[in-house]
Write a protein of this length. Structure first.
Length: 357
């Protein structure tokens, strides 16, 4: 009887949930309301200063006339620019739809006993994650996306992170194939610039790293689990299962990725057209994809400074004047960087206004 009484008393007082329970909530420091504090961290401030230094250095080195740039920008056709803006955010909606397909494939509804949000809500969460990527380096927005989904839909952080990892792997492989193909078409009959060859090499390294990670996770799952603390093995298993649930049949995800990258190329063509610059379709795709590749570098937030400089250099390779190349890069980044900050800030305040200090 004493043993029974002890068991009754001890059971509700267990200090930790069992190993099979979902991952604990992220610490308070990771909550949306503390995003402002992350902006004030030294490494974030340094990354913005580095972006500014990169732009100033290369603008001077490339001998760009700011007066000519202002003149080019003042003549921009707003209709073409508006079309480019709509095309970019249509691609975001397509990304949100694809993410929902991946969450369905990962069977998170059964695993977590919850309902997957609709396409609109998932697209808003995705935009919030890109907003975070524009503010802090190292693509922390991907983890933030999983956090928001867990907060709002009670979907496991690990499961959703597995789908995001699958999304990134698919996008990377398709990007590299299309980047190389567009580069061959762009520089057909001409020697490929050394910087373009370096971009190919960087892309190839990323693909190899991606393959190693995927194959390692597939073939060495049990070996990896031995080195993971027991309390985190369930979370690792969920990430692993959701990742390969998406990669087993990647056909439609690959197709959507190809469409998104083509839309990115078309967006750049429309931005250039608004300034009176006629680019070949392959050039538009090449510049857009190389820009996307550079945003993955954990140097500055969303490649700020690095992307603009690379776009100017590549456009000069295809005989676009320095001022028009600069104007094209600035207007394109107005869509892909600065508008994301504005849209993301609106969504952030609307969703988390009670936590904004």
């Amino acid at each position: 009887m004493a043993a029974d009484l002890t068991e009754r008393i001890d059971t509700p007082l267990l200090p930790h949930p069992p190993v099979t329970a979902p991952a604990p909530e992220p610490p308070r420091d990771d909550a949306p309301g503390t995003l402002g504090s992350k902006l004030l961290r030294p490494h974030t401030i340094i990354s913005f200063l580095l972006a500014l230094a990169i732009m100033i250095f290369f603008f001077r080195r490339l001998d760009i006339s700011l007066a000519d740039v202002r003149a080019d920008l003042s003549k921009a056709n707003p209709l073409y620019f508006a079309a480019a803006f709509l095309l970019y955010y249509s691609g975001m909606l397509l990304r949100g739809i694809r993410w929902r397909w991946m969450l369905v494939a990962a069977d998170v509804e059964r695993a977590d006993g919850t309902e997957i949000p609709g396409n609109r809500q998932l697209t808003e969460v995705l935009l919030l994650s890109w907003f975070v990527n524009c503010l802090v380096p190292a693509r922390l927005g991907d983890a933030y996306r999983s956090y928001v989904l867990k907060r709002e839909a009670k979907i496991s952080f690990s499961s959703s992170l597995g789908t995001i990892l699958a999304e990134r792997i698919v996008d990377l492989f398709v990007l590299v194939i299309m980047l190389v193909g567009a580069g061959i078409l762009t520089f057909h009959g001409h020697s490929t610039p050394g910087q373009a060859e370096q971009a190919y090499m960087a892309a190839a390294v990323l693909v190899v790293v991606g393959l190693v990670v995927v194959l390692g996770l597939w073939f060495a799952r049990h070996s990896i689990e031995r080195f993971i603390p027991e309390r985190w093995r369930v979370q690792f298993g969920r990430l692993h299962d959701s990742l390969f649930a998406c990669l087993r049949r990647p056909g439609r995800y690959v197709l959507v990725s190809a469409v998104i990258w083509v839309m990115d190329g078309a967006r750049l063509l429309l931005v250039a057209k608004s300034l009176g610059v006629d680019l070949r379709a392959s050039t538009g795709v090449f510049v857009a994809l190389m820009s996307s590749l550079l945003t993955t570098l954990p140097i500055t937030p969303a490649g700020l400074g690095v992307v603009e400089t690379a776009m100017i250099v590549v456009l000069k390779w295809v005989d676009v004047t320095p001022s028009l190349a600069t104007s094209t890069a600035l207007m394109d980044r107005l869509i892909t960087y600065w508008s994301l900050i504005l849209v993301g800030l609106i969504l952030y305040i609307r969703r988390f206004r009670s936590e904004v200090k």
